[in-house]
Write a protein that binds this ligand. Structure first.
Ligand code: SAM
Ligand code: SF4
Ligand code: SF4
Length: 349
C-alpha cells in the first residue's frame, strides 16, 4: 500500500539511530543499501504473461516523476552511499527523457549505471550514444528463441531477430557484459534451457536464467511452475562442463563460465535459494514510491515531499527512515506467504 497526503503519513514508523546512519543507508538487519533500481516508467509495449495484465491500468501521468525530480532523487541517494543505478521500468526506452537522464547521471560519478530493457525498440545509434553518455551495461530480456512462442509470451508481435541484432550491437559497442534475461517457466519455455546455453556461447553474452517469481498480474504463479536453479543446471550440464565463477557477495545470480566456450550462464534462484542475506537493493517506482523489498508491500512515497518544497535534508531523512523498514527477506516457503499486490512492471525489475 502506498501512503498518500498529508506528508506526515509518509514518514515510515521506525526511525533508525541517526548518529549511526550519517551519510549511509542501512536497514534494521544490518545491510547497507548501495544499489538503486529506478523505474522511469510503468508503460510497456509488451504484456509478458509472467508480468503485466493485458488491460493494465497505468499510473496517471501527473504522478510520474519529472526528469529533474529523478535527478534530484538520484543525487540525494548518492549522498547516502548509493553507487549503483539500474534504470528499469516498465519499458525504459519508452521514457521520453531517457537520453537526458543518461546524460545527467553519466556525469554524477556513479560506480555502475545499467539499464534493463526488452530490447524491442533499440536502434543502432542509441547503443553508441548510451555508451558515450556513461551507461556501463545493458540487460535485455529474451525468454524464448522461437518466434511464435515470443508472440505468445509477450502478447505482442515483435521480431526476435531485431532483439538479437540489438544484443549483438550492444556487445559490439562495448556495453559489456551484455546480460540476457530469460524467465524459465515449466511447460512454457523450459524445453529451451540448452538452447539458451548455446545462445550464450554463440553470442558471447551472459545468459541469465531466472526462476519464475509470484509477481505476475494474472496471479497464475504456482510453485509447480518454477523450474529450480538446480534443475536448470542439471540440464545444462548434460551438454556443457561449467566452471563456477567467484561472484561478489551481493550478486543476484550464481555465475558459471563454460569450460570450452565464450559467454556465461547465470542462474537467479530467487525462489528456491533466496539471496536476501546480502541484499543491498532499494527500488523506486516511476511515481516516487520507494519499495525497500521486492516482496514486501511496505512502501513509502517521496512524491509529496518532492512537490511540497522539502529540503535535501528532509529527503535524505526520508530515505534513511524508509530503508530502515526493509524486510529481512521473502518467506515464500511459508504457508501464509502473501504474494505482492504489484507486478514487476510497476515495481521495476
Ligand atoms: N521491460 C524491461 C524488460 O523486460 O527487461 C524492464 C522491466 S522488467 C519488469 C525487468 C525484469 O523483470 C525482466 O528481465 C523480466 O523478465 C523480470 N520479471 C518480470 N516479471 C517476473 C516474474 N514474475 N518472475 C521473474 N522475473 C520477472
Ligand atoms: Fe514489459 Fe518487461 Fe514486464 Fe515484459 S517483463 S511486460 S517487457 S515490463
Ligand atoms: Fe532483497 Fe527483498 Fe529481494 Fe530478498 S526479497 S533479495 S530482501 S529485495
Amino acid at each position: 500500500m502506498s501512503t498518500s497526503l498529508p506528508i506526515l503519513k509518509h514518514r515510515p514508523p521506525i526511525a533508525p539511530p541517526k548518529a549511526a546512519l550519517k551519510d549511509s543507508l542501512f536497514d534494521s538487519h544490518g545491510r547497507q543499501i548501495r544499489d538503486l533500481r529506478l523505474s522511469v516508467t510503468d508503460r510497456c509495449n509488451f504484456r509478458c504473461i509472467y508480468c503485466m495484465a493485458p488491460d493494465v491500468k497505468y499510473i496517471p501521468k501527473m504522478q510520474l516523476l519529472r526528469l529533474e525530480e529523478y535527478i534530484r532523487v538520484i543525487r540525494i541517494a548518492m549522498s547516502l552511499g548509493i553507487n549503483k543505478l539500474r534504470i528499469t521500468g516498465g519499458e525504459p526506452t519508452l521514457y521520453p527523457h531517457l537520453d537526458e537522464l543518461l546524460q545527467e547521471v553519466g556525469k554524477m560519478g556513479l560506480k555502475d549505471i545499467a539499464l534493463t530493457t526488452n530490447g524491442s525498440r533499440i536502434r543502432k545509434q542509441w547503443a553508441e550514444r548510451w555508451k558515450e553518455n556513461g551507461l556501463n551495461r545493458v540487460t535485455v530480456s529474451l525468454d524464448t528463441l522461437k518466434p511464435q512462442r515470443k508472440d505468445a509470451i509477450t502478447r505482442s508481435q515483435t521480431s526476435i531477430v531485431s532483439v538479437i541484432e540489438a544484443i549483438d550491437h550492444l556487445r559490439d559497442v562495448g556495453l559489456q557484459p551484455v546480460k540476457v534475461n530469460a524467465v524459465v517457466m515449466r511447460g512454457v519455455n523450459d524445453d529451451e534451457i540448452i538452447d539458451f546455453a548455446d545462445f550464450a556461447i554463440e553470442h558471447n553474452v551472459d545468459m541469465r536464467l531466472i526462476e519464475f517469481m509470484p509477481l505476475d498480474a494474472g496471479r497464475r504463479w504456482e510453485k509447480r511452475h518454477v523450474v529450480t536453479a538446480h534443475d536448470m543446471l542439471e540440464k545444462i550440464r548434460t551438454k556443457y562442463e561449467l566452471i563456477a565463477e567467484n561472484d561478489p557477495k551481493t550478486s543476484t545470480s550464481v555465475n558459471y563460465r563454460f569450460k570450452n566456450g565464450n559467454g556465461r550462464i547465470g542462474i537467479i534462484a530467487s525462489v528456491s535459494q533466496a539471496f536476501c542475506g546480502a541484499c543491498d537493493r532499494m527500488r523506486m517506482m516511476a511515481d516516487g514510491t520507494v519499495r525497500p523489498c521486492l516482496f514486501s508491500d511496505k512502501e513509502w512515497s517521496i512524491l509529496p515531499l518532492l512537490r511540497n518544497g522539502a529540503s535535501d535534508g528532509e529527503l535524505r531523512q526520508f530515505f534513511v527512515d524508509a530503508m530502515w523498514t526493509k524486510s529481512a527477506g521473502h518467506e515464500m516457503d511459508r504457508d501464509d506467504f502473501e504474494r505482492p499486490e504489484k507486478t514487476m512492471s510497476t515495481i521495476g525489475g
